[in-house]
Design a protein around this ligand. Structure first.
Ligand code: PA5
Length: 422
């Protein structure tokens, strides 16, 4: 389940509530959104047609009994699915090709070849909203070629997830790939609950209906009077106004690191903007970071406790699936006292409580979310985070859905490729 607590420096509840009042109108728009509206992502969890088309595609490809699913995408087109695969560890193995690093891709090819040589099947899912992202198309061409060398009917194993009418969409029909649509008004980083995320997750064995139930639950909660998303956005806004420009997502559960990376992309691309909605050059931006407890306390802790007051933090805590008790050797007791016979998770809990206590004593601002490592909770957390970011963008008077600066590097790279300069 999802619970959010606010702690630490500075802002009286009333101040947060006053800022949150400014979000009422936009919350109503979000609540009433449909796939045709600019806030389309908010309506995905309850969109029956989307889930039906994904179910049909999952059933079709499940009949091939794939031993491996390879997702080719980048940024918003694969981070959501990747985060959920890492957190939920479904039955079927899923690999993500999201870089044009030949060493990484070669390792994926080796794994594909192993499966194919054993006579087993692979589903290759290329996910690109635009349909022409250089990295994705380059990787797809290479991996499709691997598949085609081993299977005459390679096209049967390919699913293209893209915008209706994109270049990839047309190629997919020509080649007879299965095609899934990303709704026009759903941008990459808001697409985890569209076919972009749900198809590979469903095929791998994740309970996608539970994910959507969790996301719908977050919608109901966040559209209510006490909206945790509105409160978190208001709290973040007040921190930003106080000069704190780093938003740390600090997970006390290593399996959730991918969720942290998904949050990082969502915050960075949605909130880093040169111009505001009135066209004024404002250079707005919050640097999102991801920390892992307890690991990163031994690399970043000194900076966090001793460095500048530039950061606000969301701690995320979860349960653990495993129990591991320490043994009890009499002569080990002097190494570290009070840990023998303890469960590792209770050591983790003590460190976490110690960190929170130190944050409170140092007046470092934080909110705390608690969730389970299951579909419902993670669906709720991700939906609440998307709503928080959109609400924060509203307070900052910026557009959370575009990424003009990223487009400029893409243009430059394409020009260089055309000249074959490098
Ligand atoms: O969130 C976004 O919009 C981006 O990160 C895109 O997902 C990313 O650039 C990939 O784009 P596309 O899905 O068009 O390949």
């Amino acid at each position: 389940m999802l619970s959010v607590r606010f702690e630490g420096a500075g802002f009286a509840k009333k101040r947060i509530a006053d800022v949150a009042k400014r979000l009422k109108k936009v919350l109503v728009k979000l609540e009433r959104s449909s796939l045709d509206s600019p806030f389309a992502f908010a309506s995905l969890p309850s969109d029956g047609a989307t889930i039906r088309s994904i179910d049909a595609a999952v059933s079709l490809k499940r009949a091939l009994h794939p031993q491996l699913i390879v997702v080719v995408g980048i940024g918003g087109s694969n981070l959501g699915a990747q985060a959920l695969v890492e957190a939920l560890r479904p039955k079927t193995k899923v690999l993500f090709a999201d870089t044009v690093d030949p060493d990484v891709l070669s390792r994926i090819i080796v794994q594909m070849q192993d499966v194919l040589r054993q006579g087993k099947n692979i589903v290759l899912n290329v996910v690109t909203k635009s349909g022409f992202t250089v990295e994705t198309i380059a990787n797809f061409e290479i991996l499709y070629n691997v598949l085609a060398r081993h299977r005459r009917n390679a096209n049967e194993f390919v699913v293209a997830t893209t915008d209706k009418g994109s270049k990839l969409w047309h190629l997919a029909f020509k080649r007879n790939f299965s095609v899934l649509e990303i709704p026009k008004n759903v941008g990459g980083r808001y697409s985890v609950f569209s076919a972009a995320g749900l198809f590979p997750l469903g095929l791998a064995g994740v309970d996608i209906r539970e994910l959507l139930k969790g996301a719908s639950f977050a919608n109901r909660l966040c559209f209510s009077q006490k909206s945790p998303a509105a409160q978190a956005a208001s709290w973040a806004f007040l921190n930003y106004r106080k000069g704190r420009t780093v938003y740390d997502h600090f997970f006390f559960a290593s399996d959730l690191e991918g969720i942290g990376k998904w949050c990082r992309q969502l915050v960075a691309e949605s909130l880093g903007k040169e111009f505001d909605l009135d066209g004024a050059r404002k250079k707005v931006g919050i640097l999102p970071t991801v920390s892992l407890g307890t690991t990163d306390l031994h690399s970043l802790g000194q900076l966090y406790f001793g460095g500048p007051d530039a950061r606000f933090t969301q701690f995320v805590t979860s349960h653990f699936n495993e129990q591991l008790k320490l043994p009890s050797y009499a002569d080990f007791n002097n190494l570290v006292p009070n840990i023998q016979k303890q469960d590792l998770s209770s050591i983790m809990r003590c460190v976490r409580e110690g960190v929170l206590k130190s944050y409170r004593s140092a007046g470092l601002p934080y909110i705390e979310a608690r969730l389970s490592k299951d579909e419902f909770s993670l669906g709720a957390f991700m939906q609440a985070k998307m709503l928080e970011v959109v609400l924060l963008a509203h307070l900052l008077n910026i557009n959370p859905f575009d990424q003009p600066a990223v487009e400029s590097y893409k243009r430059e790279s394409s020009k260089l490729l055309a000249k074959k300069k490098l």
